[in-house]
Design a protein around this ligand. Structure first.
Ligand code: ADP
Ligand code: MG
Length: 510
């Protein structure tokens, strides 16, 4: 099957060819014909499987370009709004269909101006509701898309979404809902806003992104920094994203990695819009190789060539895990997801493994000498493949007057080795073969605790508890006005107090 089988409008097909898409992804194969036939749909497929084009292409193809806003796409975050806009713009531009992007934190007037000229509006719920409720814009789109619906509900946008649908004046609209997961609240919302929807569910086998290898490494709490640096040295990522749980940790880790000579930038919920855009552009263009981020900031981020995703800490839940690792292995490329876990967290990673339905393999962190020798092999291969230049011949000629030729070679090799010296202690973390034993020990420990709890009258608690006062405290919504964020981004290079064996104080600002 090819995209031509959908009979999309010629300029849209041309844009697909220019993008280099040849075969539609599973969710595209199923959703596009249903949308073209005029159905409402509720579609579930994993991240990175091409959901944007699944709704974007048929929608654009059916638009008339009559000067009104024909399509409205609601997405959870600003980053996603920008990203989805880019993709829609790319497919719609040769049909003359304009896109407006609407999110919090920027001027209302400019956005209203753009909306007036647009055929497609891509918006975050908070700002969109503001504009509609204040009567500053009126919308009666033919198509409404809820993208990443599960994330929007997770972030607490249910009220905004419900309100938005009350302002939308078109009863004949076609409504499309896309989500990576389908918890019950999503189905409830779907019942309210969709009419006789067709369901598209790409089952696990098809949709779990099998091009992502998933590994975990067991380390002591205080070894996380060393483990991370060692793994980066060893894996040599083209680009990587490192996820932390908290903003504070992002800043601390970023300055640590910078001090180790990596090109690093950060992304978290407290950054100004402008700063975030600059950071993402830098990462996309390759002037930065490592992105240290919180979940909230990196949701939906689509950057090509992210070869590795590192979970410095495990995410709070399985859904976040799926979203995080979905930043690699995009658009049919292969990727690797690496999670650092402490012995106490092994059982939690096992639970995530079960929820996600894919096998995670535990590995031992390579020792310093192993990495050193693999680097040495690379260096030898590199030297052997190097073209000799005129300039180099001149330099050797000059040196040769003073120094023996073999000594020159030794000196050059030493110089190159110095640049790639592997730091840190020889052995980090637990050996893969010991992990099963650690797991059993942890389980036994849990049983003891449960027994104690029960005898005290209470029931055994689930092993993984969200500490720190519920979701609202942990996740910050993107549209929240800037005023209530007075946290400065600290970039103290001071490592003392950071990586101790005690868990950090519970400050879940993302
Ligand atoms: P999702 O929304 O499901 O997480 P995206 O829509 O962001 O996924 O798509 C992930 C990446 O795959 C994007 O870079 C997109 O351009 C690319 N892509 C989408 N469909 C195809 C296709 N049919 N062939 C090749 N690449 C595709
Ligand atoms: Mg998406």
């Amino acid at each position: 099957m090819t995209f031509k089988d959908f009979n999309l409008k010629q300029p849209i097909q041309q844009a697909i060819d220019e993008a280099g898409f040849t075969e539609p992804s599973p969710v595209q194969k199923e959703a596009i014909p249903l949308i073209l036939a005029g159905h409402d749909i509720i579609a579930q497929a994993q991240t990175g499987t091409g959901k944007t084009a699944a709704f974007g292409l048929p929608m654009l193809s059916m638009m008339t370009g009559d000067g009104s806003v024909e399509g409205l796409i609601i997405v959870p975050t600003r980053e996603l709004a920008m990203q989805v806009s880019d993709e829609i713009y790319r497919f719609g531009k040769s049909s003359g269909l304009k896109t407006a992007t609407v999110y919090g934190g920027t001027s209302y007037d400019k956005q209203i101006e753009r909306i007036k000229q647009a055929s497609v509006v891509v918006a975050t719920p908070g700002r969109l509701q503001d504009l509609l409720a204040g009567g500053r814009i009126k919308l009666s789109p033919k198509f409404v898309v809820l993208d990443e619906a599960d994330e929007m509900l997770d972030m607490g946008f249910l009220d905004e979404i419900t309100a938005i649908f009350e302002y939308i004046q078109n009863e004949d609209r076609q409504t499309l809902m896309f989500s990576a997961t389908m918890p019950p609240q999503i189905r409830k919302l779907a019942e309210k806003i969709l009419k006789d929807p067709k369901t598209v569910a790409i089952t696990k086998g098809e949709s779990t992104n099998t091009s992502i290898a998933q590994h975990y490494y067991v380390v002591e709490e205080h070894e996380r920094d060393d483990a991370l640096v060692r793994l980066i040295d060893y894996k040599n990522p083209t680009k990587c994203i490192i996820f932390c749980r908290m903003k504070k940790e992002v800043d601390r880790l970023a300055s640590h990695l910078t001090s180790q000579g990596f090109k690093v930038s950060v992304l978290h919920g407290d950054m100004e819009q402008r700063q975030r855009e600059v950071a993402i552009r830098g990462f996309k263009s390759g002037s930065v190789d490592i992105f240290v981020a919180t979940d909230v900031a990196a949701r939906g981020l689509d950057v090509n060539d992210v070869s590795h995703v590192f979970n410095y800490h495990m995410p709070f839940d399985s859904e976040s895990y799926v979203h995080r690792i979905g930043r690699t292995g995009r658009g049919g490329k292969s990727g690797e997801a690496i999670t650092l876990v402490s012995p106490n967290e092994i059982r939690t990673i096992k639970r995530i493994e079960k929820d996600v339905g894919t096998k995670m393999v535990t590995q031992s962190i390579p020792s310093r000498s192993e990495v050193q020798s693999s680097k040495q092999d690379e260096l030898i291969a590199q030297i052997a493949a190097t073209q000799i230049t005129e300039h180099a011949i001149e330099i050797v000629k000059t040196l040769q007057h003073e120094i023996d030729i073999v000594a020159i070679a030794h000196m050059l090799a030493s110089m190159m080795l110095e640049k790639q010296e592997i730091k840190g202690k020889e052995k980090i973390g637990f050996k893969a073969e010991d992990v099963e034993r650690l797991l059993q020990k942890a389980m036994a420990g849990r049983d003891d605790r449960n027994r104690r709890n029960r005898s005290g009258g209470g029931r055994g608690k689930p092993s993984f508890n969200r500490s720190g006062g519920g979701r609202d405290g942990e996740r910050r919504r993107d549209d929240r006005p800037r005023g209530d964020r007075n946290q400065k981004s600290s970039s103290k290079p001071n490592r003392s107090g950071g990586g101790g064996s005690k868990p950090p104080r519970k400050d879940y600002s993302l």
